[in-house]
Ligand binder design. Structure first.
Ligand SMILES: [Zn+2]
Length: 81
């Protein structure tokens, strides 16, 4: 119960501002999280598998961010909480 509650609170909705802190250190920072649209994720979606990967988009549109980022690699920004 507490686990599911925690997950609900920690959920990232498409368009949320997130902090990326994954393996690509040059991309650490603030991004907009969108559902990953790569072939693997679309396929998993079709199969009904839970996909928790994100494509990260620059809120200012200046650079392209990492895609297929793991859920563990992003944290919802306190700015939108
Ligand atoms: Zn993907």
């Amino acid at each position: 119960m507490s686990d599911s509650l925690f997950r609900a609170l920690d959920m990232i909705e498409p368009g949320d501002l997130v902090l990326y802190h994954g393996s690509i250190t040059s991309h650490h920072g603030l991004w907009l999280a969108l559902p990953c649209q790569c072939r693997d994720c679309l396929l998993a979606d079709e199969l009904g598998l839970p996909v928790a990967r994100f494509a990260l988009v620059d809120p200012w549109g200046e650079r392209s961010g990492p895609c297929h980022a793991r859920r563990e690699s992003v944290t919802r920004s306190a700015a939108c909480g």
